[in-house]
Design a protein around this ligand. Structure first.
Ligand SMILES: Nc1ncnc2c1ncn2[C@@H]1O[C@H](COP(=O)(O)OP(=O)(O)OP(=O)(O)O)[C@@H](O)[C@H]1O
Ligand SMILES: [Mg+2]
Length: 248
């Protein structure tokens, strides 16, 4: 996959187990978000196949792609909800677009979905009127409104305080457990990765490595295991001193 002459993935081969939680790790710019966008059919690769539940999304007509996309929920880093619409209307939109149920059915489904992420009394608010943690939960509720088989999450923990982070983590684990939803989670958060991931797919320059998090963390390959070192606070502070000393 390349944008103009900037190659993002070359000969990338990876797979994600149905019904499991996979975490995608990799440096900034390694192509994690692009990988989710490819799987969700939002961008097309220059070559290769992307099989989603048996269908190659690179070969589908726009109509079939729309169908496959309703089996895929997406929780994206930015712009997850439309700012000019209430939370209620944001959640109702995918149902209305597909003519799924009467307005009464839609209302009860939206409320049930909001309650499942612990949000009551926010349906009349605009996204901008929610706190960061609430906004993330509302976006998760929206991503799940069509009960997708696959949920793609791009950095669902970024910018959250530890309590909101644990809450999103628990919601994701609960979704996987209750509905058997296949989760693909892009994250920089190593502690969450250990708690959540059945499998890690690590994107490295020119290659990718997959396996259970404990196995990759114990790898003799330092390029792999190095990803899991968060370092001790003391080492971190020493690093900061050194970083501050080097300079122009
Ligand atoms: N629409 C686009 N047009 C041009 N280049 C793009 C586009 N989307 C991504 N890229 C480029 O592709 C590369 C990978 O980007 P991507 O957003 O997938 O990285 P990432 O691993 O998600 O990084 P981060 O951890 O910083 O979010 C980057 O070099 C980026 O500039
Ligand atoms: Mg990204």
């Amino acid at each position: 996959m390349a944008f103009d002459d900037r190659v993002v993935h070359r000969s990338l081969r990876c797979s994600f187990e149905r019904g499991r939680i996979s975490v995608i790790l990799g440096g900034s710019g390694s192509g994690k978000s692009t990988l989710l966008r490819l799987i969700g059919g939002l961008v097309r690769p220059d070559a290769g196949r992307i099989l989603v539940g048996g269908s190659d999304v690179t070969q589908l007509s726009d109509e079939r792609l729309f169908e496959v996309r309703s089996r895929i929920g997406m929780l994206f880093q930015h712009g997850a909800l439309l700012d000019s619409m209430t939370v209620f209307d944001n959640l109702a939109l995918p149902l209305r677009e597909r003519g799924l149920g009467s307005e009464i059915d839609i209302a009860s489904r939206v409320r049930e979905q909001l309650a499942s992420v612990g949000l009551d009394d926010v349906e009349a608010l605009l996204p901008g009127q929610l706190s960061g943690g609430m906004l993330r939960r509302a976006a998760l509720a929206r991503a799940m409104i069509l009960r997708p088989e696959i949920l793609l999450c791009d950095e669902p923990f970024s910018g959250l305080d530890p309590i909101s982070l644990r809450r999103i983590e628990a919601l994701l684990a609960g979704i996987n457990e209750r509905f058997g939803t296949t989760l693909l989670v892009v994250s920089h958060h190593i502690a969450s990765t250990f708690r959540l991931a059945d499998q890690v797919v690590l994107l490295l320059p020119g290659r990718s490595v997959s396996g259970p998090p404990g196995e990759l963390a114990a790898s003799a390959d330092r390029e792999v295991s190095g990803f899991f070192d968060e370092g001790s606070p003391l080492e971190y502070r020493r690093g900061l001193h050194e970083a501050a000393r080097v300079g122009p």
